[in-house]
Design a protein around this ligand. Structure first.
Ligand code: ADP
Ligand code: MG
Length: 303
């Protein structure tokens, strides 16, 4: 389980501060795939990086905290300050393009053995990695290849291999297939779904494709302008969306993923949508496991 407590994440540049995520409080249960959707610039990547613990200037947590329920090698609870030591082991990150995430001068095989604290028997790790990559649909020669010798889809499979090899409690995939062609996109997402079923861990996946979200996720988190506008079980969010922004995303479902449609959404949000979609940070549970952002009503305040 991961708990976000009134999280506010900002970027300080020169004498200006951008609050990219503002007042996010929610709980992510174990063993589920959570889909994250929202317009470009709504703070999805900022939130994912913060959960991963990759917090580098000018980004900083300006308020609130994140609780993780997994432990470090020393048996102590992992915190934002110590989570780096758990990268790949308790938590891993699959970026939009693995091009810059795989070390270009190291052969794929060695990328699996180069972790502090992994099995010191490198030969054994290499054999396990070869078998594992085979299971992910990669030929054995990949182990001896350099990243640039592989296609984008193969590199992304390698990245998924690295991110799942140690069976981490939490995997974050931030638009993991955006750089790939449509057929490979589906294959990669289905692969992630199968791995999650096997490992029973938690995956957070950011995608623009609401069709994929509907197929793959157990829960949906919808963001708008740095806030969560809706969060709930996927069936419930798709079957009975509550927030106007969520409704718009779901209405555009048949063509979403197509760039022209994204343009329509962006302009709708820009022109007047802004006020209608902007949300208070208070989430109200409108149905079991289905929360929507609403301004606090006077009744709620009194109660
Ligand atoms: P999303 O992933 O939903 O597209 P981001 O989290 O990347 O959104 O960005 C949220 C906001 O934070 C945007 O206004 C963006 O301009 C700002 N932002 C993101 N990264 C930086 C950065 N390195 N420096 C300054 N502002 C940033
Ligand atoms: Mg992003």
């Amino acid at each position: 389980m991961i708990r976000l407590n009134d999280l506010k994440i900002s970027y300080r540049i020169a004498n200006r501060t951008i609050d990219a995520v503002d007042g996010v409080s929610l709980t992510i249960p174990d063993g589920c795939i959570v889909g994250i959707a929202g317009e470009s610039g709504s703070g999805k990547s900022t939130l994912m990086k913060a959960i991963y613990g990759d917090i580098q200037a000018p980004m900083h947590i300006s308020r609130g905290s994140i609780d993780y329920d997994f432990q470090g090698a020393d048996g102590r609870p992992v915190t934002t300050q110590t989570i780096r030591r758990q990268w790949f082991k308790s938590i891993s990150y699959i970026p939009q393009s693995s091009m810059n995430s795989l070390n270009p001068v190291i052969r794929i095989g060695r990328q699996f053995t180069d972790f502090p604290g992994t099995d010191s028997n490198k030969k054994r790790v290499l054999e396990q990695a070869r078998t594992y990559l085979g299971k992910l649909g990669l030929p054995p020669e990949v182990m001896e290849s350099y990243p640039h010798q592989l296609s984008g889809g193969m590199r992304q499979r390698v990245m998924i291999g690295l991110a799942t090899f140690f069976q981490p409690d939490l995997i974050i995939a931030d638009e993991p297939t955006t750089a790939l062609d449509v057929v490979v996109q589906k294959e990669i997402l289905m692969l992630l779904m199968e791995l999650q079923e096997e490992m029973g861990n938690t995956i957070l996946v950011v995608s623009h494709d609401m069709g994929v979200h509907y197929q793959v996720t157990h829960k949906m988190l919808i963001m708008y302008a740095g806030r969560v506008v809706e969060y709930g079980d996927t069936e419930s969010v798709f079957g009975d969306p509550q927030h106007p922004y969520t409704k718009m995303l779901i209405d555009s479902l048949p063509t979403i993923g197509d760039d022209s449609m994204r343009g329509v959404i962006a302009s709708a949000a820009g022109a007047g949508g802004d006020r209608a979609f902007r949300a208070e940070p208070v989430l109200v549970e409108v149905k079991p496991n289905h929360f929507v952002a609403r301004a606090p009503q006077p009744d709620n305040v009194l109660a």
